[in-house]
Design a protein. Structure first.
Length: 586
């Protein structure tokens, strides 16, 4: 260590050295800041690195207390053997890693926490920053040259970007609950504009922007100013942050804006462990599955888990064991991860939202899937394996409750695991329509069955969305089980004309008992259940079944267009259906 680094070094409860605010130079002269956590003994170590825009000096337990309380209640071992003081939101706990011979580096992204500059979230600049940071860390005397990346949500998404930069010292990555694309999983779903980025930037990023200084928060454990010592004026702060929500809303099509802002999966070649949960509907799940399927890595693994506790799995003993086994293999050249970890590990759920099997598979989606079409009979409100023998239709008001169709009670226990798709023949009273589909489940007494989402604890099994004017598919990427929108054109509807619409419905996993019914609800707004809502701590959002991925901004969904009358058609010539992934019993 240099003299300056030695002055920054302190000793923690688990006997580790901490270097605060280490400067990492970028190629444009800006120095981003990182905290470095090292084992007590001298030496060079494999590094697990994260880049955060939630501020490295903001403790999880302080900045996100409600979420932290759920983590500890769900997995008490998270708070054992550690002071928990050094865990920043969605980043690893240094005290649980240094004792195993790893160094942890948490770097503030540009314009956040201790790092100066302009906040431009998920930009090509951030992508390059993380790649440069990885290679800088790999050259330090306390690093053995091997760097792995780990982190959740935003901290997972930026791993896709950094991996696309192909830094030479990157030897393995664990994007944990990691969306991959503003246009398909963060800003929009199926072309329908979402409001997540608006609330996210206001409540989570601006509150830790670099330059707040003493006006910002102070770490209750260390006394450090979370947003750095520099004091900027309100005008300077405003000039130093790009409005990511308005940026994305101004680019509803794949017009070049997203180049550099999404993963180039074909450039990701390092060993990859992609981890997500069935409950991450609307934000994380799709990115982890796409990353696993499309990355060029020769060594890659997928784990899809249950979602209880939302963040707990990142920190609990089971999650830590998985992470360390992977990094022991990729960063230390030790262990038997490659021999013992299945290429695909699926946590199979029952209707009580409990894992009944952790099953090893060799591919995704499963090759043995029995792709089953459940045809819609809109007039009779039914789903069945036979298409209607005559033309049938039903209409609904978009901003109302929509229409719900149900199967007959299932004759036998049925496992549904995999991606889904809906083909709908529809007409609308206006030149466009937003179609929301919700796959639901009901028990033998027709009581609805719910599952734990992220972070909403009460969601339906699966969701899909489509803005009808963006219905054009990318033929090279589309599969029957995963329609892939091109987002290249806008083709308005002729009111009253029937159009064929293909809707991606996100994957799910449930073993459904005999006597239960599947339901399909089609409507024109975010679905809400009739249960007690859940208030999400930091944001104060009231969640009612569609988690926090709302699509309700009237500026981008004007009621005179989208609160229209939509008619669903089906019959011998226009067979609307839901494609369901039924897994045959072994």
């Amino acid at each position: 260590m240099t003299t300056l680094e030695a002055e920054r070094a302190t000793l923690s409860e688990v006997n580790m050295r901490i270097m605060w605010d280490v400067a990492i130079p970028m190629d444009d002269g800006v120095e981003l800041r990182a905290n470095v956590y090292l084992p007590a003994e001298d030496g060079s170590f494999p590094v697990v690195m994260s880049m955060t825009n939630y501020a490295k000096d903001m403790p999880f337990s302080q900045g996100y207390k409600a979420a932290w309380d759920i983590v500890v209640a769900t997995a008490p071992e998270v708070a054992q053997g550690t002071s928990t003081k050094y865990i920043s939101f969605e980043a690893p706990d240094p005290e649980k890693w240094v004792v195993h011979g790893y160094a942890i580096v948490v770097m503030d992204s540009r314009g956040v926490g201790g790092s100066p500059g302009v906040v431009d979230s998920w930009s090509a600049r951030e992508r390059r920053d993380f790649g440069i940071g990885i290679d800088w860390v790999g050259e330090q005397p306390w690093c053995n040259g091997n760097v792995g990346t780990l982190g959740m949500s935003y901290l997972g998404c930026v791993q896709w970007l950094a991996g696309s930069e192909q830094p030479k010292h990157l030897k393995g990555m664990i994007p944990w609950e990691a969306p991959d694309d503003h246009l398909r999983t963060i800003g929009y779903n199926g072309g329908v504009p979402g409001t997540f980025l608006k609330r996210w930037a206001e409540t989570q990023v601006k509150s830790v922007q670099h330059g707040l200084g003493s006006r910002g928060m102070r770490n209750e454990f260390t006394g450090r100013l979370v947003s750095g010592e520099e004091e900027l004026s309100d005008d300077e702060l405003q000039a130093n942050i790009n409005d990511i929500y308005e940026q994305v809303m101004q680019h509803p099509l794949d017009d070049g804006f997203y180049e550099g802002r999404r993963a180039d999966f074909e450039k990701i070649t390092v060993p990859l462990l992609s981890v997500t949960t069935w409950g991450a509907q609307g934000i994380h799940l799709r990115g982890n599955l796409e990353g696993f399927m499309r990355s060029a890595s020769e060594e890659k693994w997928l784990v899809v888990r249950e979602a209880h506790g939302t963040f707990a799995a990142l920190y609990n003993d089971d999650g830590l064991s998985l992470q360390r086994r992977f990094f022991d293999y990729t960063l230390k050249g030790e262990g038997d991860f490659a021999q013992t970890q299945p290429k695909v590990e699926l946590w199979i759920r029952d209707v009580n939202d409990q894992t009944i099997e952790r099953r090893a598979e060799s591919e995704w989606p499963l090759a043995r899937t029995d792709w089953t079409k459940l045809y819609l009979d809109p007039a009779a409100s039914t789903l069945s394996k036979s298409a209607p023998k005559s033309e049938t239709s039903t209409a609904y008001r978009a901003f109302g409750e929509g229409v719900t169709l149900m199967t007959e009670p299932l004759e036998q226990e049925t496992e549904i695991t995999g991606p889904m798709a809906a083909k709908l023949f529809a007409s609308a009273s206006t030149p466009d329509a937003d179609i929301y589909v919700v796959v639901r489940l009901f028990d033998e007494n027709e009581n609805e069955v719910f599952f734990h989402g992220m972070p909403d604890p009460t969601i339906a099994p699966s969701f899909g969305w489509l803005r009808a004017s963006q219905r054009e598919l990318d033929p090279e990427r589309s599969e029957p089980w995963r329609p892939f929108l091109s987002h290249k054109t806008v083709k308005p509807l002729w009111p009253g004309k029937v159009y064929e619409l293909d809707i991606e419905v996100w994957p799910t996993c449930i073993v459904v008992p005999a006597g239960y019914r599947l339901g399909l609800t089609i409507l024109g707004q975010d679905w809400e259940h009739d249960q007690e809502p859940f208030v999400w701590g930091k944001s104060g959002l009231v969640l009612r079944g569609s988690s926090m991925w709302f699509h309700d901004d009237p500026q981008y969904r004007p009621p005179d267009i989208y609160d229209n009358e939509v008619t669903i058609h089906s019959g011998p010539e226009r067979a609307s259906y839901l494609l369901v992934p039924v897994v045959p019993k072994a």
